[in-house]
Every structure is written in structure tokens, then in C-alpha cells.
Design a protein around this ligand. Structure first.
Ligand SMILES: [Zn+2]
Length: 488
């Protein structure tokens, strides 16, 4: 009897231990499940720690600083050619340009991509992606989720991507885009009402030759009787830059203004008046883009990507003013006037990030990446900033703490995103999960042989002439459109 009781006790104990073991196992698997979560990717095109770290240390950029102090961060090394569509395609496919096929300006659109981007992989897995303003995503791709395409885009402006500086008498001049010449009276009336340095509201233009197209501009009064007219942006539904196609119209209705996928270029940076209006108008565009992005944030998603291009578009034309010592013969008074433009673009981008973060419910990882950094031009008489190989990465979220990570490569981002999402990494991807993450999160990296099922052919034709025009306006290309380009 006594012996039986003992055995019974042992049995009870065994059951208790077994139950405890089950409970522990349950907790463990639950914890590791919690460590995969939805992922926000906030891209800062052209973002560099060279500007951000001193600002963070000075108590600025509160939203980036908060993530910086609680996440793994380091340099994301880019690769030549450091061209945004090429590099972003590598970032979101985990593959080198030889494999993804977006290998230069002539092949810089979504139709040129030969492998799956993370949003394609998630689509196969029936997970939802929201993708906004990622370079090389036009034409918009059919995914589970929504997409607002990024540059280069064909036909998003009518007659050039830089805008024009005019006087009241030269609005109708031959060198101005036809869309402006057809609206001389309207534009003159807008100009006459403006005080110096003031901007007009968005003004619709009527196109007598193509009445089905919608077009809009803003005008700024400069000094000396001059006016800046922005690029003529298309607003009609015929311009498809989203998936689903009607998404853009819905976004425009909600934000009460045009959603502009690409603002004015910086190719006229050397012109005397450009710095007076370019920052301000880039800011107007960047705010419309962020407002648009906020409109697609409020539904369920697994992966949300917004590439904010404001820092890049400002750094090209204004970098010299914040580093005047690196250049020869730069007008000191002018440098003084615009010395804070680059830092201001980071302050503004930090606000955009704050807005996006405030719009997200629940636990998630935030991944900040840039495709390249910036540095002063080696040509000291060219007053522009140029791309630097060192971009940034920062991963913040559950289980992570503020620490410096190793230098990572642009190919490492896609595997890292899949890992954070709790999905296996493609063994045929060139990149690897950024090294310390798996150790810190205590979850092994799963792999799958490949996600490339079905195969994408990838278009071999170069971009069309209108796209080339946009790239020329942006200052990225020169010369005629590549052979084989077709007018759309
Ligand atoms: Zn750039």
C-alpha cells in the first residue's frame, strides 16, 4: 500500500513535470511566434548617417532617434551603378542587378524586372503588401494589396519635368510646354494676383488638343517680375500609376489634391532662380505623397513599404550649400541662404515617418533603409551633391535593443524582411539575414530553395521617350532616348 502510494506520488509528479514541460514549450513557441510580426519599411532615398547621427545627437529627428536608440543599425553598402531604381530593385529582390534585370536607366521600370520582389513573394503566400513610391515600380504591379508606383514614370507630366521661369509677357513663348502656351490668359490672371514669394493654389489647365486629359500646376511669384510655373502634372484617370488602377483617383479625392508620383527635377540646379522655388515645391509634392500614403495605411497588411524620396531630391541640388568648403567659387551669401535645406529635408522626412508610425496599430517591426548616401561632388565647380556608397539600415521592434550592427549589403534587405515576417529566405537570394538579428531574436532562419516559380520574362525594350524625358528633367540622364524606345 505504501509502495503503491509512492508510485502514485511519482506518477503525479511525472504528470506535473510533463504538464510543466508542455507549458514551457507552449510559452516558447508562443514567444517565437510573437517575434515575427508585420513589417513597415520606411525608405529614405539618399539617406546617410553622416547627416542623421549628428542631428540625432543634437536632439533632432525625434522619430528616427527613437528607433535608432532602440534598434539594430548600421551602414547598408550599395553597389555600382548607384542608380535608385537599380539599387531599390536589389533591395526588394535580394538579388544582384545581373539577376533582377533592372540594370540601368534604360531598363529601370517594373516590366524590366525578371525575378520576384518581396511583394510578389507575399502575393504567392496570400499575404498583403502596400507598396508606395518605390523606384522602379511603374507600371504598377498586380499584387495582393495596393501599390502607388514610383519613378521613373511615363507621361506623369506634360512637357518636361522641371517647370519654367517666365515673365507676364513670356508665358506664351515658343520654348514653353504647349500645355502652358494654351493657358496664357488663365496663368497670367493667376500670376497677377500673387504677392512676391507667394504660391498660387493648384490651378487646372485646359488642353484644347487633348480635352480628356486633366492637368494642374502651381505658380510662385519670384522677384524682378518673374514667375515659376511648376511642371504640368497629369491628374486624369487615363494616367494609371496605381494598383488597383482606380486607387490613385480615390487617393486624390481623399487628400483633396493631386497625388504626384514625381516632382520637379534638379537638372536646372545651376540656374539662378532654381534654389528659390525648388525646395518649396519639392516639399509641396512630398507632403502630397505622404498624405496619399496615409490613405492606404489604414487597412490590414503584412508589409508596408513607403520610399520617401524628399531627402534625395533636395540633397542633389542643395548639398553644396551645406558644405560650401568642398566647392570652389560658391557664392557665400547664397550658401548661407540655403545652408539648412538638406537638414530641413531630414526634419521633414522625420515628420513623415512620425505620421506613418502614428497610423499603425499594434506590434510591428520598422525597417529604415536607404539605397545610397550622399557626398560632395568631386568636381568642385559642380554645385551638386552626388551619391555615396554608404547608405543606412535600422531595424527596430519587438525583442530588439539599440546597438550598432555590422556593415550589411543591399542584397541583405529582402532576406531580412522575409525573416522578420516569419517566412523562409530563398536559398537563391544573394543576401543573408542581417547577422545579429537571428541571434538576438532567438529564432532560426528558415530557408526555401527558391521562390522563383512561373518565371518572369522581363521586358528587353528600353524605357519610352516620355520616361527618358522625365529622367532628363530629373538630371539623371542626358542625350537622346536609347534606341528601341517606343513613344507611348
Ligand atoms: Zn539620387
Amino acid at each position: 500500500m505504501r509502495r503503491f502510494r509512492l508510485q502514485f506520488r511519482q506518477l503525479q509528479l511525472s504528470i506535473a513535470i510533463f504538464a510543466l514541460a508542455l507549458a514551457v514549450a507552449g510559452t516558447a513557441s508562443c514567444t517565437s511566434a510573437e517575434k515575427s510580426a508585420k513589417v513597415l519599411v520606411f525608405g529614405i532615398d539618399g539617406g546617410t548617417w553622416d547627416v542623421m547621427v549628428p542631428m540625432i545627437e543634437a536632439g533632432e529627428l525625434p522619430n528616427i532617434a527613437k528607433l535608432y536608440n532602440s534598434g539594430l543599425r548600421g551602414v547598408l553598402v550599395s553597389r555600382p551603378p548607384v542608380i535608385s531604381p537599380v539599387v531599390w530593385s536589389t533591395i526588394f529582390t535580394g538579388r544582384p542587378l545581373e539577376e533582377h534585370g533592372v540594370d540601368g536607366w534604360a531598363t529601370s521600370q517594373s516590366t524590366h524586372r525578371k525575378v520576384k520582389a518581396v511583394w510578389d513573394i507575399l502575393t504567392d503566400l496570400e499575404m498583403t503588401s502596400k507598396v508606395a513610391n518605390v523606384p522602379s515600380t511603374w507600371p504598377a504591379e498586380e499584387i495582393v494589396g495596393e501599390m502607388l508606383s514610383g519613378f521613373p514614370l511615363s507621361g506623369s507630366t506634360l512637357g518636361g519635368n522641371t517647370g519654367v521661369v517666365v515673365t507676364l509677357d513670356s508665358i506664351g513663348d515658343r520654348q514653353n510646354p504647349p500645355a502652358i502656351r494654351m493657358n496664357v490668359d488663365t496663368l497670367r490672371a493667376v500670376c497677377e494676383k500673387l504677392d512676391e514669394n507667394a504660391w498660387s493654389e493648384w490651378t487646372s489647365l485646359k488642353l484644347t488638343n487633348q480635352p480628356n486629359l486633366g492637368a494642374t500646376v502651381r505658380v510662385k511669384r519670384l522677384d524682378g517680375g518673374k514667375f515659376y510655373i511648376t511642371p504640368v502634372y497629369r491628374t486624369d484617370d487615363g494616367l494609371v500609376i496605381s494598383y488597383p488602377p482606380e486607387l490613385r483617383a480615390g487617393v486624390q479625392e481623399k487628400i483633396g489634391g493631386p497625388y504626384i508620383p514625381e516632382g520637379p527635377g534638379w537638372s536646372k540646379h545651376a540656374e539662378e532662380d532654381t534654389p528659390k522655388y525648388l525646395y518649396e515645391h519639392l516639399l509641396q509634392v512630398a507632403r502630397l505623397q505622404t498624405a496619399g500614403v496615409m490613405e492606404i495605411l489604414d487597412q490590414p497588411w503584412d508589409l508596408f513599404i513607403y520610399v520617401d524620396t524628399f531627402v534625395d531630391r533636395v540633397s542633389h541640388p542643395y548639398w553644396a550649400y551645406s558644405s560650401p568648403g568642398d566647392y570652389d567659387g560658391l557664392d557665400a551669401a547664397k550658401a548661407k541662404l540655403y545652408e539648412s535645406a538638406v537638414a530641413d529635408s531630414y526634419r521633414e522626412t522625420d515628420l513623415h515617418l512620425g505620421e506613418v508610425l502614428a497610423g499603425i496599430d499594434g506590434e510591428h517591426y520598422t525597417v529604415i533603409v536607404s539605397d545610397h548616401g550622399f557626398k560632395s561632388s568631386l568636381n568642385k565647380s559642380m554645385y551638386i551633391g552626388t551619391h555615396h556608397f554608404d547608405g543606412v539600415y535600422l531595424v527596430s521592434g519587438p525583442g530588439l535593443k539599440g546597438e550598432d550592427g555590422p556593415r550589411a549589403n543591399i542584397e541583405d534587405v529582402a532576406p531580412t524582411l522575409l525573416y522578420l515576417l516569419g517566412k523562409p529566405v530563398g536559398e537563391d537570394m544573394a543576401g543573408r539575414v542581417i547577422a545579429p538579428l537571428a541571434g538576438v531574436l532567438g529564432r532560426a532562419v528558415d530557408t526555401v530553395e527558391t521562390y522563383e516559380t512561373g518565371g518572369k520574362a522581363g521586358n528587353e525594350f528600353p524605357v519610352d521617350e516620355q520616361t527618358w524625358e522625365q529622367l532628363r528633367g530629373l538630371g539623371y540622364v542626358d542625350g537622346p532616348a536609347p534606341k528601341g524606345a517606343k513613344q507611348k
